[in-house]
Design a protein around this ligand. Structure first.
Ligand SMILES: [Zn+2]
Length: 264
């Protein structure tokens, strides 16, 4: 099988090149684990979070799924669970409580097939397949993102969308999405979705004290597949900014200020 051949060949290459060095790094991290972040992103094969962030062994947790969704705590199923028992909140809890990370990053991307599907399902509701796990996943966790896209499309491009958790102390931000109309509607939805998912992150009760005491911070990023630019959402400037030599320090300062503010 050609597909599997490529995987096995890659493993052979790994064994003869980087394996020995990585094993040494694994040993070091086993005794002194110090991860800094949990990175939620899409499962898209073009998204390579470790490469984009140049992160090393032990630096961050990565959770990937279709459309970088995080189920809201009140994501009650038919039987009405008290707690959302899904992978993403469980991973979040593990990263925060055991991993003691300080940053939760939700990262979307352009030309996201999951987001395109979410948009298509909204455009043509008859396309929804009640037997499709993906359709259910996207509609349930992307519903609020669609509502906010509608709001954006009905208004001027400078309209400020509000993203707030039930407890506004946890996350409350306003966002101007694609003010220059550079991106298509699906990419606008993808950017909106990363911010919406931050409010879902904040809905989980176990996180509350970590956010309120300035131990955990929430960030949205967005990767443009066609240009290779990574964007970060600036809460101060209320928009996504390309991370480059000019913006990286101000973006970092912004988070430092947020940190100081939270610890007061
Ligand atoms: Zn995607």
């Amino acid at each position: 099988m050609p597909g599997l051949h490529k995987v096995l060949e890659g493993i052979l290459r790994f064994r003869s090149t980087v394996r020995a060095d990585l094993v040494k790094q694994f040993e070091k991290v086993r005794d002194h684990p110090d991860p800094k972040a949990v990175f939620f992103t899409c499962m898209d094969s073009r998204m390579l979070p470790a490469r984009f962030t140049q992160s090393q062994v032990g630096d961050m947790f990565v959770v990937r799924n279709s459309g970088n969704m995080i189920p809201h705590a009140k994501n009650y199923g038919i039987s009405g669970y008290e707690v959302s028992v899904t992978t993403e909140p469980a991973a979040l809890e593990l990263a925060v409580k055991r991993g003691k990370i300080n940053h939760v990053i939700v990262c979307g991307h352009s030309d996201c097939k999951a987001i395109n599907t979410l948009f298509n399902l909204h455009q043509c509701q008859t396309k929804f397949d009640p037997e499709s796990p993906m359709d259910h996943w996207l509609r349930r966790h992307g519903y609020m993102s669609i509502q906010k896209l509608e709001q954006r499309l009905k208004s001027e491009s400078s309209v400020k969308l509000k993203f707030e958790s039930e407890n506004p102390n946890l996350i409350s931000l306003t966002a101007i999405i694609d003010p220059d109309e550079k991106f298509n509607v699906e990419d606008k939805l993808s950017q909106i979705n990363t911010l919406q998912q931050l409010t879902h992150v904040a809905s989980h009760g176990f996180l509350q004290e970590f956010i309120e005491t300035g131990r955990v911070f929430l960030h949205a990023m967005w990767f443009d597949i066609y240009t290779g630019n990574m964007y970060m959402f600036s809460k101060k400037q209320e928009r996504f900014l390309i991370i480059d030599e000019e913006t990286a320090t101000p973006l970092e300062n912004e988070v430092d200020e947020e940190m100081k503010e939270a610890k007061k």
